[in-house]
Design a protein around this ligand. Sequence first.
Ligand SMILES: Cc1cc2nc3c(=O)[nH]c(=O)nc-3n(C[C@H](O)[C@H](O)[C@H](O)COP(=O)(O)OP(=O)(O)OC[C@H]3O[C@@H](n4cnc5c(N)ncnc54)[C@H](O)[C@@H]3O)c2cc1C
Length: 454
Amino acid sequence: MKNLVTGLRTEEYEKNFAELHPPFTPGAAITEANRCLYCYDSPCMKACPTHIDISTFIKKISTKNLLGSARTIFESNWVPLTCAKACPVAVLCEGACVFNDKGEKPIEIGRLQRFAIDNYFSQNMLPLFHKASPNGKSVGIIGSGPAGLACGAELSLLGFDVTIYESNKIPGGLNTWGIAPYKLRREDSLKEVELVKSFGVKIETGVLVGTTVTIDDLLKKHSALFLGVGLGESPQLSVQGEELEGVIGALEFIEKVKSEKWHEVPVGKRVAVIGAGNTSIDAATEAKRLGAEEVYIIYRRSDVEMSAYRFEYDLAKKDGIVFYFLTSPKQVVGNSFVEGLECLKMKLEEPDSRGRRKPVSIPGSEFIIPVDMVIKAIGQDTKSAFLNSIPGLTLDNEGCVIVNTESYQTNNPKIFAGGDCINGGKEVVNAAYDGKRAAHGINKFLFPMSEGEN
Ligand SMILES: Cc1cc2nc3c(=O)[nH]c(=O)nc-3n(C[C@H](O)[C@H](O)[C@H](O)COP(=O)(O)OP(=O)(O)OC[C@H]3O[C@@H](n4cnc5c(N)ncnc54)[C@H](O)[C@@H]3O)c2cc1C
């Protein structure tokens, strides 16, 4: 598809994609750290899926022990810069801060975490971690997203010889290729990749496991495998006109925004984004920030049922995104390229036994929204074809890998898994936790007597 917007000036792109949450100055960080009440029961720590000892790392910031603060954070999470910038803190740590109950602003935990980790990376990654001597076992990891990186870092420090196999040319998974640039730049993600490599983890890029090498090859080569392959593409809309030029999957579009020069990313003047999850909001706001004049989100249910976080919804409204609720696409209109999206108005039925209200179309309610680009953002398929080809793996009805919730071991004892491929798509912080826990599951499997759990 051609770029249909008049290119913006470089400084306009920079302004549009500027960080949503700029860094603290040292003085502001210490003032904010001193606001923390260091609660005896740390609700913030409980709300963090990786259970970072938040009050301790904040206390260390207040005493200017920034490397100590970074160390406390890394003890729980190997991708803490990404999490500091991209975690939905409003529903996790900051959402649990006791200041919310007092009607006051919660401690800005994400920005404080970023402050400590930015400082660490600015010190050329001083060695803070003890690495055990080699234990003679090797582990292969498939996928270099946060799950794979966290598993690799932890295993390497436990003395394993670790190789990550990554199909992409640049590692980091969605941290590198998916998260909106106004939250996280690619350089941030690559700093975390470098940290993991500094522990001795090897990353082989451009290796599509299942094609370039087989799972059998890797099972022969390694004592155990970890699957951190994430999810696949957006599913088809299955409407007429879907093949027209100008219809694109959300991930493909977002990947272009992360990897190409902004003035080269093809975007329409009037863009319809189908779906109302967090990825839809990202695609919509990114299209708007690239210069699209009108961006619409089309969703067949109402704002009550949409899965996007409230703060993401607010961001989209602030960016001027127009929401068409109770609206479903019927067909994409055009000759060889998109000229419009024909939609139907919907209504919601009474709640079913699960409390879900099924949307049904209103006959004769068709109308056309003139657009020249359609972005499909109705979720992501699992990599079920690849996963089904792996001997002994069991998938649930959604196509996610079933694992033991303690060890992260699959039904094939030599294969462990974590991240989006087991949970169907959560957050970076969940993938980071899974990867770390799975490393201990692998250690326990290969050295049953040794596991002093972390
Ligand atoms: C558009 C978008 C925006 C998001 N924004 C946020 C956000 O702001 N905050 C947040 O917390 N979460 C966000 N998420 C969710 C978050 O990115 C994921 O939960 C997280 O990245 C999952 O980590 P993972 O390691 O399981 O998988 P991924 O990050 O998807 O990494 C999987 C890796 O495996 C590789 N791979 C797959 N198959 C193979 C194979 N056969 N051989 C070799 N390599 C393979 C892939 O190339 C990829 O690098 C977002 C997700 C999307 C889609």
